[in-house]
Design a protein around this ligand. Structure first.
Ligand code: ZN
Length: 237
């Protein structure tokens, strides 16, 4: 199990990746549950691409209050708190205003997998229909209810929330979501998308080296993607 400082480092890297890949611009945030504690880590209110180790705050799940760290919490911190409270299986939450997810939710279309990038979203992606910024506990609870047992929820007119069992995987899955959203948008423009049948999807998953559906260890293929995005960051510097 990763220690607290390692998880903070992952959050710094993930924030920079999400920015570099064009998913968060000046807004958006990714968090991680602290193993064995009723708290989670999340960067302070700051442009994600500029997040530093010392910007990582500790938030208490019981009252959504900061218990450690320098800086002001993001106005949508309650979004993360509500998901961790309602989903004990979730160890990381990512929120973006990414354009593909925005366009789909604006059109009332939820993501369905067409390719390898979206295959973990085959159980459906709900759309949270209330067009608001998640700054109130009541909004956050409604959104968490809309998310239910799924891996993501699209926020109408606002963006996307992706959840996962491990922070690096959640970052990669969020990038994959945007890739698949854009493939779906392109496919709808071209005509009638050719979705998987249930049997095809099962066989596709079976044949994939991506690893188990939900595990606190990062599967090899996600680790490779994570390292790829780090490489892109490094090349940029
Ligand atoms: Zn937002």
């Amino acid at each position: 199990m990763d220690n607290a400082d390692t998880i903070k480092e992952y959050l710094v890297t993930a924030s920079r990746i999400l920015s570099h890949e064009g998913l968060v611009e000046g807004h958006g945030h990714i968090s991680a549950r602290i193993p064995g504690a009723d708290h989670f880590f999340i960067p302070a209110r700051r442009t994600p691409g500029l997040v530093r180790f010392e910007d990582i705050l500790t938030i208490n799940l019981a009252n959504n209050e900061k218990t450690a760290g320098e800086g002001t919490p993001n106005s949508e911190t309650i979004l993360h708190t509500a998901v961790y409270r309602s989903r004990p299986d979730v160890n990381s939450v990512c929120h973006t205003h990414s354009h593909g997810a925005l366009l789909l939710s604006a059109m009332g279309v939820s993501l369905r997998p067409l390719t390898i990038h979206g295959m973990y979203y085959s159980d459906g992606v709900p759309i949270f229909q209330r067009p608001v910024i998640i700054v109130k506990e009541s909004y956050a609870n409604e959104m968490a209810k809309a998310l239910g047992p799924h891996r993501a929820v699209q926020l109408r007119a606002h963006g996307l929330v992706v959840v996962g069992p491990e922070v690096r995987r959640t970052c990669v899955e969020t990038v994959n979501y945007e890739i698949e959203a854009n493939i779906l948008i392109g496919a709808m423009q071209m005509g009638k998308p050719q979705f998987f049948t249930d049997a095809e999807l099962a066989e596709f998953k079976e044949s994939s080296p991506q690893g188990p559906d939900w595990t606190t260890e990062i599967p090899l293929q996600f680790r490779r993607s994570w390292n790829y995005y780090i490489g892109r960051l490094t090349a940029q510097l």
